[in-house]
Design a protein around this ligand. Structure first.
Ligand code: HEC
Length: 140
């Protein structure tokens, strides 16, 4: 019994030490490599486009021109993101707010649905960037 306590302490010490020397650092390195990979291959743009086509293009159109197949149903019309009168002064915080809370959050039509409960903060962020990307005349 007398030996038991020091042995436990020793075991914990060894486990703690081996964790410190090994996995966290390796994980950090793997994360860093993944970040670098995504940055270099521009996967984030592809990702945002996929999300946009899935959730937004029915109303806003595949190229953001407000001409999705559901647009004829709506009054007011979904925004044409490529029309510079709308988003030229917007920043991503504003667009994030619209996507999260829907039209109501910014005194626009409630026909613009809220996505705060459907999408993660990261996905909303990506979509906001993509909307701003479209509003600057890019399509790819
Ligand atoms: C059901 C149709 C519909 C869908 C789906 C939809 N929207 Fe909208 N959206 C609208 C309408 C309608 C408006 C315009 C509201 C108004 O003018 O009062 C709008 C407005 C906006 C605005 C405001 C632009 C501005 O000029 O202030 C943004 C940003 C936006 N939508 C982004 C998105 C994104 C991103 C998605 C996908 C996650 C999406 N919308 C999905 C209908 C939709």
């Amino acid at each position: 019994m007398k030996l038991f306590f020091p042995l436990v302490v020793l075991a914990i010490f060894i486990i703690a030490l081996s964790c410190q020397n090994d996995s966290p650092q390796r994980e950090d390195l793997a994360l860093e490599a993944a970040r670098e990979f995504f940055r270099v291959t521009d996967v984030t743009v592809e990702d945002s486009k996929r999300l946009y086509l899935h959730y937004c293009s029915v109303c806003h159109g595949a190229e953001g021109k407000g001409d999705g197949f559901n647009a004829y149903n709506l009054d007011p019309k979904p925004r044409n993101f490529t029309d510079s009168t709308f988003l030229s002064k917007a920043d991503s915080a504003y667009v994030v707010k619209v996507i999260e809370g829907g039209g109501r959050a910014v005194d626009l039509s409630a026909m613009m649905p809220p996505y705060g409960k459907t999408l993660t903060a990261e996905e909303i962020e990506k979509l906001a960037e993509y909307v701003l990307f479209l509003s600057r005349g890019h399509t790819e």
